[in-house]
Ligand binder design. Structure first.
Ligand code: CO
Length: 299
């Protein structure tokens, strides 16, 4: 006799197993742990001291927005965590260590907020870690992950508005703004050209380039006004003004953006502030955290 695909038959041992699984589930539910909600903020991390101000700003805002909810931190970059541990004796948790500790402290529901800019490799890894912790025996009941700064089309539009509102005062029509994004070989690099498109809708003197992706500094230089007029403001398009901002953007080495642009005849003004230091941008991450926190209550 031939069986159709999709037709299911349950053997007796499978049924017994199913009943066992169901009854174990009920047994756990009977000893349900009291609900304890928490927040885990996750950044790539930075070993640059002055960059910590960005994290402090976000931490302050989150605590003000969610009074009484414990806030924990983790860095996704193991290089930075190990460097901090070695040079400054500062031990910052990875997302999995932070979640293990929270699990041990009795947290049942955790909203994890990605403080990354794009949903690239760091965010993808964070999602997988969060999924692995959800539903662990005697562990977390629910874990939600708040989207990074840029995720959907509305996020990109809002980020551009928030950035423009945060640009230094006193920029004149003949000046240019160049944002330095990180860039990635992952498909999420598409957010940088998307940002450029929305910047173009708002004006012709704002550009985004990346250290490791597209557009490059050369792509930006092709669009900068020639003959050279006005100033070129250089701003990190990263949550913190960390290593890339200090070295690749504003460093004195020949290959920094400042050096290359200065050599090409531009008058550069580096602005050493991470995007998390701008209240209008920080607000967007907080909104994403609110979405993730509210989602904890939806079964
Ligand atoms: Co990097």
């Amino acid at each position: 006799m031939q069986r159709c695909f999709g037709e299911k038959s349950y053997s007796i041992p499978a049924l017994i197993l199913l009943i066992l699984i169901l009854s174990v589930g009920t047994a756990f539910a009977g000893h349900a742990r009291p609900e304890k909600k928490g927040i885990l903020l996750v950044a790539f991390g930075s070993s640059v001291d002055s960059a910590q101000i960005s994290f402090k700003e976000i931490d302050k805002k989150v605590k003000a927005e969610f009074p009484g909810v414990p806030v924990h931190w983790a860095f996704t970059s193991s290089i930075i965590r190990h460097k901090l541990a070695k040079t400054e004796n500062r031990n910052i948790d990875s997302p999995s260590i932070a979640l293990s500790k929270m699990m041990d402290e009795g947290f049942t529901d955790v909203a994890v907020q990605s403080l990354h800019t794009i949903p690239g490799e760091e965010y993808e890894g964070l999602l997988k870690t969060a999924e692995a912790f959800e539903g662990m025996p005697k562990g977390m009941k629910k874990i939600t992950v708040g989207r990074p700064l840029l995720y959907n089309d509305g996020d990109v539009k809002k980020a551009v508005d928030a950035l423009i509102a945060s640009f230094p005062k006193g920029i004149r029509a003949q000046d240019s703004i160049v944002l330095m994004g990180h860039g990635t070989p992952s498909p999420a690099n598409i957010y940088y050209p998307a940002i450029q498109y929305y910047l173009n809708l708002k004006g012709s003197n704002m550009f985004v380039g990346t250290v490791e992706g597209f557009p490059s500094l050369e792509n930006v230089m092709d669009k900068l006004p020639s003959p050279k007029k006005g100033k070129v403001y250089l701003l990190p398009f990263m949550s913190v003004a960390g290593d890339h901002a200090h070295n690749d953007m504003a460093g004195n080495e020949d290959d920094s953006w400042k050096s290359i642009l200065t050599k090409a005849g531009y008058d550069c003004v580096p602005v050493m502030k991470g995007t998390a230091e701008y209240p209008a941008v920080a607000e967007l991450w907080i909104m994403h955290l609110k979405d993730a926190f509210n989602a904890l209550s939806h079964k």
